[in-house]
Design a protein around this ligand. Structure first.
Ligand SMILES: NC(=O)c1ccc[n+]([C@@H]2O[C@H](COP(=O)([O-])OP(=O)(O)OC[C@H]3O[C@@H](n4cnc5c(N)ncnc54)[C@H](OP(=O)(O)O)[C@@H]3O)[C@@H](O)[C@H]2O)c1
Length: 254
């Protein structure tokens, strides 16, 4: 029996990086998982590679900036597996390190669509699904040191601050219903996230160098995020609610 046996989870951003490792670990620990991202082939490969594990992985291709996709992925999980127990709001994109004087309207819109609107729609749907089921539930968000310190542009950083607030407010509002909401504060990890950045803004990049210089020598492995998410999602963390857990090698302590 795995640590998530019998649970159903929806994980966004499952086609690479942290999300892929979260889905992998969840399936090994017995969870049935709906794996969400835009790249369908990647999701299908992942599901195929995990078919011998205790949990079943079902791909759910879709764009997380759409309200309809956020709602439908949770309905799909309930339809296929009978209930929802865990939501992991992991999908995210970077900005281009722009300071406030330099960001474009398009960048603000696209980053907030994925990093903020997506988690808001998904969390609302998950909470209402847990309430309708009369069950407990666990939501884990992936934020960043950028929520607290200047290590990215203002748009990305503010989007992750919004996620921290979304999580804490949800935790407080539903604490008596057994619905938990916690956040991972990620440091620097070897994933594909820089592909979403494009050419960095040079003014921002130069200014952020000082903050980057305090990063730990070792870049994080996305499996380390998966371990922390597993703990927060599981019943082992039953009394942990509204927390931020830094997985950053000590960067945040700088
Ligand atoms: N890597 C780091 O150093 C770091 C640090 C702090 C926080 N984080 C956060 O960690 C989370 C995971 O990022 P990662 O580092 O693992 O990056 P990644 O390898 O680029 O993975 C991002 C995932 O999000 C998905 N995604 C992006 N836009 C999407 C959209 N519109 N609709 C659906 N899915 C979308 C991508 O899939 P598709 O492209 O297939 O849609 C991909 O699966 C993000 O929230 C990120 O902000 C990362």
């Amino acid at each position: 029996m795995g640590r998530l046996s019998g649970k159903t989870a929806v994980v966004t951003g499952a086609s690479s990086g942290m999300g892929k490792e979260i889905v992998t670990l969840f399936a090994k620990e017995g969870a049935n998982v709906v794996a969400v991202a835009r790249r369908k082939e990647r999701l299908e490969e992942l599901a195929e590679s995990l078919k011998e594990e205790e949990g079943t992985v079902l791909p759910y291709p879709g764009d997380i900036s759409s309200k309809e996709v956020n709602e439908a992925m949770i309905d799909f999980a309930v339809e296929k597996f009978g209930a929802l127990d865990i939501l992991v709001n992991n999908a995210g994109i970077m900005d281009g390190m722009e300071p406030i004087g330099e960001f474009s309207d398009e960048k603000l819109q696209s980053v907030f669509n994925v990093n903020v609107y997506g988690p808001f729609y998904a969390t609302r749907k998950a909470v209402n699904t847990f309430k309708a089921q009369g069950s407990k539930g666990s939501i884990v968000h992936i934020a960043s040191e950028g929520a607290y310190k200047s290590c990215a542009g203002v748009v990305y950083s503010a989007s992750k601050s919004a996620v921290v607030t979304l999580s804490r407010n949800t935790a407080y509002m539903y604490k008596n219903e057994g619905i938990r909401s916690n956040t991972i504060i990620a440091g620097g990890f070897a994933t594909e996230i820089s592909n979403s950045m494009g050419m960095p803004n040079m003014e921002g990049y130069e200014k952020l160098k000082l903050s980057m210089a305090t990063m730990p020598a070792k870049v994080g492995d996305p499996k380390e995020i998966a371990n922390a998410v597993l703990f927060l999602a599981s019943d082992e963390a039953d009394y942990i609610n509204g927390a931020e857990l830094a997985v950053d090698g000590g960067w945040g302590a700088a």
